[in-house]
Design a protein around this ligand. Structure first.
Ligand code: C2E
Ligand code: MG
Length: 711
């Protein structure tokens, strides 16, 4: 590339001397421009940078110009062309000023009197060479700065004393310290690092790397506390810096913000250990905690307990109210379970409607029973989900360490057995594990499979239990009660299989069979000349919601020629969990058609008077447990008697138009009490057990003749 020299010289002769010397010393590629004063020189240099005109390689300027002298000349020129080297020409008496000008930025000076081609060439070449080197260094430095500022990592460097010498733009934003303020400060002040958990200060990595004289990284949980107090998770690599003699000249730390990555890692690890629906610990975390708790219990010689909790009839809620409500119910259950235990205990969801609780330290096994009672009590209150008040119960099984198992797996399995037993024996209760439970619960697993076959194999039969008019002694109806002649287990009562049939959905075909069979039996009795009886049929809410229920009821009535009023459907309180518009609509259609509707288990605590207003029923069947307490004479019993008496009085209330039938009447005393309170009907062993068809038929025939049941 050609060299272009700007000569600033007022004296034309002198200017020509310079030009000639230059041209003779350099080849033809050298170009010389001449201006007379500083202002023209500045103008020329400004044009270069403004218009990108040919650059000036070097300036040869007289120390004294018409418009500018000495140091002032140098400063004016450097202001417009900081990287262009300046060679000054002066007379010997002004050498001192020339040296001062060099301190201000001129590269060199020559004495005008000694000027010849060779001297000029030498100084000019050395000057241009030096300027080129400085320019390259400057460019390199500029480039390095640009690179350091454009990378995503923060960079901070210190001198051997630990004072900050540099930090890039990212480091400025992560520390909150601008470069200008940070430089010269100790790195401890600019860079505060603590452990996120312990909050203890982490040794300054820059100092540490210099002391260790090797590359180091921060401990994994480090956070940088920015100048404004904001905490940022960081990762780094810090290395000592040496000069080419191997002397330590400082340290550099490269670090970056890992807050997002660390939060994501924590989120993933949380997901791996927790149930996504309830946010409770999942089985993996639970098993881990159980194993640890067992090890601790072993070391300190104390007990712990595992409680299996299964929501009763959850499937029904899920099927009838939908999965969304089902999910919300499980969340609410999870919340309640947590509120029943200490913060050191663990509640976990094992899947579906099954939860398991670890009571990490119990003094006595009975303490687990107290906790189970608390859970059962808490379960009784309805869960309010949207506009639904969903009420569910739970069955609980308890196993304690070390009595019921010293392995986590055994303990869990035994708590599970106990829970099945609790469910099997009527639900909404808890059961401690006993070795004898194993056999029974193992058997339970097969009920589901057997139910599938039982209908096809005609293994079900109906027993009938009479209902008595307590004023006249007439039998006004019979209740059909299903039994299962199980090929291996013998005669099974509904308590042993209805729940399984409901949970598996087998209840729907089973219920249809009961409906048809009961109607056909009623027809047979009529055909045999016996008086018309109302036949009561128990229906599960799942049947009410099943397809074509109403149509199938009409079909059964049509087939047998019974009137709608000859059939009564008995509803259990599980209808409450299906308290949907659909169920109420079905009941209303049936009621309008003239079918009788009764609520079973009334007074056991689940039904309320509000339910009576909403559900279109004709009859309240008093729960046997209530009947058992009637007329026992104690103070609390008498309050109870009055309440029940008032309820029975409702049977003659014209508005409610309901009658009360006492179920489970076993004693004469109970009968007398019921009669004295004008209770309309009664059923129970006092009158008759549920009977097989030949026996009940015989009883009906006898009654027709003697009406002796009240005797
Ligand atoms: P429920 O409707 O309350 O039926 C009355 C239960 O009380 C019957 O038990 C009956 O044997 C029993 N019982 C009768 N008199 C007395 C007495 O004096 N004292 C005592 N302690 N108990 C008495 P069972 O037959 O075991 O039926 C139990 C429950 O199973 C029934 O209760 C009913 O809810 C359900 N169930 C029976 N058959 C069917 C059916 O075909 N379909 C459906 N979905 N459920 C049924
Ligand atoms: Mg019933």
């Amino acid at each position: 590339m050609s060299q272009r020299i700007l000569v600033i010289q007022a004296d034309v002769v002198q200017a020509n001397v310079i030009r000639r010397s230059l041209l003779s010393a350099f080849d033809a590629t050298l170009q010389v421009e001449w201006v007379r004063n500083c202002a023209e020189g500045v103008l020329r240099l400004e044009n270069v940078s403004r218009q990108a005109a040919d650059p000036i390689t070097a300036i040869i300027a007289d120390l004294f110009l018409s418009d500018s002298q000495g140091v002032d000349t140098v400063e004016r020129l450097l202001r417009v062309a900081p990287h262009v080297p300046i060679l000054l020409l002066c007379s010997p008496q002004h050498e001192a000023i020339a040296r001062l000008a060099i301190q201000r930025g001129a590269h060199d000076y020559l004495l005008r009197d000694n000027l010849n081609s060779e001297v000029l060439m030498k100084s000019l070449l050395s000057m241009i060479g030096r300027a080129a080197n400085i320019g390259a260094l400057f460019e390199e430095n500029e480039r390095a700065q640009a690179v350091l500022n454009s990378i995503g990592d923060a960079i901070i460097s210190v001198d051997p004393e630990g004072e900050v010498t540099y930090l890039n733009a990212v480091a400025e934003s992560l520390t909150g310290w601008p470069h200008t303020e940070a430089v010269g400060q100790t790195s401890e002040k600019v860079l505060r690092i603590v452990d996120a958990t312990t909050r203890e200060s982490v040794p300054n990595p820059l100092t540490a790397a210099m002391i260790a004289n090797e590359t180091l990284v921060l401990p994994p949980n480090s956070i940088c506390i920015r100048r404004d107090g904001v905490e940022i998770a960081i990762e780094d690599s810090t290395a000592p810096i040496h000069d080419h003699h191997g002397q330590l000249t400082g340290a550099v730390m490269v670090f970056h913000d890992v807050s997002a990555a660390r939060a994501q890692a924590m989120r993933l690890s949380h997901l791996a250990w927790h149930d996504s629906l309830t946010d409770l610990p999942n089985s993996t975390l639970f098993n881990d905690r159980l194993t640890q708790a067992m090890a601790l219990a072993h070391r300190h010689g104390h007990k712990l307990a595992v409680i299996f909790v299964d929501v009763d009839r959850f499937k029904i809620v899920n099927d009838s109210l939908g999965h969304l409500i089902g999910d919300r119910l499980l969340q609410s259950v999870a919340h309640r379970l947590q509120s029943c235990v200490r913060s050191t205990d663990t509640v976990s969801r094992r899947g579906g409607d099954e939860f398991v609780i670890l009571l990490s330290e119990v003094a006595h096994a009975e303490d687990a029973g107290i906790c189970a009672e608390k859970i059962l009590a808490d379960f009784s209150a309805p869960h309010f989900i949207d506009q639904h008040a969903v009420q569910v119960t739970a069955s609980l099984g308890i196993a304690t360490y070390p009595d019921d198992g010293t392995e986590a797996e055994t303990l869990l399995r035994n708590a599970d057995f106990a829970m099945y037993y609790a469910k099997d024996s009527g639900r909404h209760r808890y059961q401690f594990f006993k070795p004898a439970l194993n056999l029974r619960t193992n058997g339970q697993q097969t009920v589901d499979d057997d139910l599938r076959q039982a209908l096809a194999r005609n293994e079900f039969i109906l027993h009938y239990q009479p209902k008595i008019n307590l004023m006249t002694g007439d039998i006004f109806g019979v209740e059909a009660l299903v039994r299962w002649h199980h090929p291996q287990r013998g005669l099974m009562l509904p308590g042993e299989f209805i729940a399984a049939a409901e949970a598996s959905g087998h209840i729907v075909p089973l219920g249809r069979w009961v409906l048809r069979e009961a109607c056909r039996q009623a027809r047979r009795w009529r055909d045999a000349g016996l008086p018309a009886l109302c036949v009561a049929i128990n229906v599960s809410p799942l049947e009410l919601r099943s397809d074509n229920f109403i149509a199938d009821v009409y079909a059964a009535l049509l087939e047998t020629g019974l009137e709608p009023g000859d059939v009564e459907f008995e509803l259990t309180d599980s209808v409450l969990m299906h308290d949907s518009d659909q169920v109420i609509a079905v009941l209303q259609v049936l009621k309008q058609a003239g079918v009788q509707l009764a609520l079973d288990d009334f007074g056991a605590g689940r039904w309320s008077l509000c339910d009576l207003k909403r559900l279109p029923v004709n009859t309240l069947n008093l729960d046997p447990a209530i009947v058992r307490q009637l007329g026992t004479g104690t103070e609390s019993a008498s309050i109870f008697d009055n309440a029940i008496g008032a309820l029975m009085g409702m049977s003659i209330d014209v508005n409610m138009k309901m009658r009360v039938v006492a179920k489970g009447v076993e004693t004469h005393q109970e009968l007398l009490f019921l009669q004295s309170h004008r209770c309309a009907g009664g059923q129970g062993h006092y009158f008759s057990q549920p009977l097989e068809v030949p026996e009940i038929t015989k009883l009906l025939e006898e009654i027709v003749q003697t009406q002796c049941l009240l005797a």
